[in-house]
Design a binder for this molecule. Structure first.
Ligand SMILES: Cc1ncc(COP(=O)(O)O)c(C=O)c1O
Length: 362
């Protein structure tokens, strides 16, 4: 039995043990074909089945309505930051962004390379420690789209509900919280996510896009960066990241086996309550900087009174088998990423360690 760390990495991040074991079992010979899935053509019936089944599973689990297509692209969520304005930001229109943290800033910056942009709402004044109230979001009727980041991985702030944008297409970067809970997908023209947190390994970016949104897009773009081409070719315009998609397929099957997103959401709440409660009951020893109404169930950020104590916490936690608790270098502090695949036991162990650390250091 492999010795598994308590993995709180922010991404790439923990994968379900059962998924890794299944992949191991099928690595050398995939389903009796005498080869690995990595050794066959992406035009083979075996991969075509993986491609289709993975789309179907995502549609089923995420309750994606009719009229949407699922794409498997490359270049990470960061490439989506550019593809979105390239494809959708037409002259005379504005790309509107909700500013919630470091990832929203990157998305906006990329759009500024291509056209006019605006800020629909921002929580910068509170150092992004709060998601703006939905009522603060100004929907510009001239917007080509409104873009939001559903979960800010670095700051640890997450939308709890989404705005109604009327005729303005809503686009969400769900890289760090896709499939952590059920979502009304029909509110969105497009949802995208780099796979390496809740969906699988890095190498594939999942795009869920409304077919109507793909009409009348510019044709003078690099072929690979045109959603229309990727959609028409069912994500097989060129060689796709076969192994990453295969892994996403296994992760989706695992989610289904767990009982689907309602079960996953409940488990995520229970897991994170353990840690947030420990912070809140520590009498100020630990401090959660994010506004309680915006706390993330995927990335729990917290601080100790001094940086020295934070460094000591990290060092001691590593000795006890915890991995990835250092906060992002841009904000410091501590961060526990508690994605779907992080087991309850790991969160319980962390909460226990936090209590013990406090007792020894206060
Ligand atoms: C919310 C969010 N958006 C975008 C990205 C960038 O993703 P990628 O590395 O796939 O480009 C990340 C990565 O951590 C993220 O957390």
């Amino acid at each position: 039995m492999a010795k598994r760390a308590y993995n709180f990495n922010a991404g790439p991040a923990a994968l379900p043990l059962e998924v890794l074991q299944k992949a191991q079992e099928e690595l050398v010979e995939y389903q009796g074909i005498g080869m690995s899935i990595m050794e066959i053509s992406h035009r083979s019936p075996h991969y075509e089945k993986v491609n289709q089944e993975t789309q179907d599973l995502l549609k089923e689990l995420f309750a994606i309505p009719e009229g949407y297509q699922v794409l498997f692209l490359q270049g990470g969520a960061s490439t989506q930051f550019a593809m979105i304005p390239m494809n959708f930001l037409k002259p005379g229109k504005v790309g509107s962004y909700v500013m919630t943290g470091a990832w929203a800033e990157k998305a906006l910056k990329e759009a500024q390379l291509f056209g006019e942009t605006s800020v629909a709402a921002s929580s910068e004044a509170s150092k992004f420690m709060k998601i703006p109230d939905l009522s603060e979001i100004k929907i510009d009727p001239n917007a080509a789209y409104l873009h939001l980041t559903s979960n800010e991985t670095i700051e640890g702030a997450q939308f709890q509900s989404y705005p109604d944008t009327g005729d303005v297409p809503l686009i969400a970067d769900m890289s760090s919280d896709i499939l952590c809970r059920p979502v009304d997908v029909s509110k969105f023209a497009m949802i995208y996510a780099g796979a390496q947190k809740n969906l699988g390994p890095s190498g594939v970016t999942v795009v869920i896009v409304k077919e109507d949104f793909l009409k009348d897009l510019p044709k003078n773009l690099p072929t690979m960066l045109r959603y229309e081409i990727q959609a028409k070719n069912n994500s097989l315009y060129n060689t796709p990241p076969v192994y990453s998609v295969y892994m996403v397929n296994l992760v989706l099957k695992w989610i289904k086996e767990q009982g689907g997103l309602a079960v996953i959401e409940q488990r995520n709440i229970e897991k994170t309550n353990l840690i947030y409660d420990t912070i809140d009951q520590s009498g100020g020893f630990y401090r959660g900087p994010v506004d309680k109404g915006s706390r993330s169930t995927m990335n729990i950020t917290f601080r100790l009174q001094t940086e020295e104590l934070e460094n000591q916490f990290i060092k001691e936690s590593e000795k006890q088998g915890f991995v990835g608790l250092k906060g992002h270098r841009s904000v410091g502090g501590l961060r526990a990423s508690t994605y779907n695949a992080v087991p309850f036991e790991a969160c319980k162990a962390l909460a226990d360690f936090m209590v013990d650390f406090q007792q020894r250091n206060s």
